[in-house]
Structure formats: structure tokens, C-alpha cells
Design a protein around this ligand. Structure first.
Ligand SMILES: [Zn+2]
Ligand SMILES: [Zn+2]
Length: 151
């Protein structure tokens, strides 16, 4: 993939994969401020050193858990990162509260880890992983078009 300006018009997924492998600039994956909205229960917000602001809901983060178990489960079910399980109301009639962490803490200088209320805590969310899955309208629009391209 060393060709400049190569385009996969009919192979979007492939193009996106090559973009996801591309290393990001350090300032794009170094948080300036990290806010975990535990009290509000809304989600995670990060201001990056390149000036970009990202936000993820806890529900998205739970369904994007990067631990091996969750990655395998998503693969087996054909779910994308952050995509929730299909609602199987018939099988599970009881109310399940939206995912929320009981606490969160930094892992070294490169990641954050959540202790989810459902008891799960195996996922280590690196800054790089989070930035590549930025859920702000700008990035989700760009990634739907041609892959996320942080400036
Ligand atoms: Zn997990
Ligand atoms: Zn973004």
C-alpha cells in the first residue's frame, strides 16, 4: 500500500483497514484532558493535544471492549466495534440497565481501564484505540465516507 492517492472505490472496507493501520501523530493520541462522566453516567470525553475533542458513550465503550473475550464474541456475532448486541426482547424480557462503569483508572500513560458494573474489567482502552474510534460527528462522518482521518 505504498501508492499515493490510491483509492478503493468499490472496496471501502479494505481501504479503511489500511487507514487504521497507519500510525497517528503523537499529539493525536496524547490526551490533554480526560473526563470520565461517572456521576452523569454519560461517557468518556478526551481533549487531545492536537485540539480534537472526542466523546464516547459508556454503552459504546462497553460494546467496544478490546479484551480478547469481547473481540472474539463480536467476531463470532459479526458485530462491529461498539455495536450493541441485537435486541432479543423475546429471549430476555427483563430490563437491562445501560452499561456503566463503577470506576475507571489510567493504565500507565497509554490507556484507560473501566470496572464495569456488570463485573467485567478486562479491557484496556489505549489512547490510540480510542482516537481511532472517535465517535464525534466529524470522525464518524469521515469514517463512513473514507476512513477516519485525524488532521
Ligand atoms: Zn471485554
Ligand atoms: Zn473525532
Amino acid at each position: 500500500m505504498s501508492h499515493e492517492g490510491i483509492r478503493f472505490v468499490s472496496k471501502k472496507e479494505q481501504a479503511r483497514e489500511s487507514l487504521e493501520d497507519r500510525p497517528l501523530p503523537r499529539i493525536a493520541v496524547t490526551p490533554d484532558k480526560v473526563r470520565v462522566k461517572l456521576t452523569e453516567g454519560t461517557g468518556l470525553e478526551i481533549d487531545w493535544q492536537d485540539g480534537h475533542r472526542s466523546a464516547w458513550s459508556f454503552a459504546w465503550l462497553r460494546d467496544a471492549c478490546p479484551c480478547a473475550t469481547c473481540v472474539d464474541e463480536r467476531k463470532a456475532q459479526g458485530r462491529k466495534t461498539g455495536q450493541s448486541k441485537a435486541k432479543s426482547a423475546a429471549l430476555l424480557p427483563m430490563y437491562t440497565p445501560p452499561p456503566k462503569p463503577a470506576s475507571a483508572h489510567g493504565v500507565g500513560r497509554y490507556a484507560i481501564q473501566f470496572n464495569w458494573l456488570d463485573g467485567h474489567s478486562g479491557g484496556i482502552y489505549s489512547w490510540d484505540y480510542l482516537r481511532r474510534h472517535c465517535q464525534c460527528p466529524e470522525c464518524t462522518f469521515e469514517s463512513a465516507e473514507s476512513g477516519c482521518t485525524p488532521n
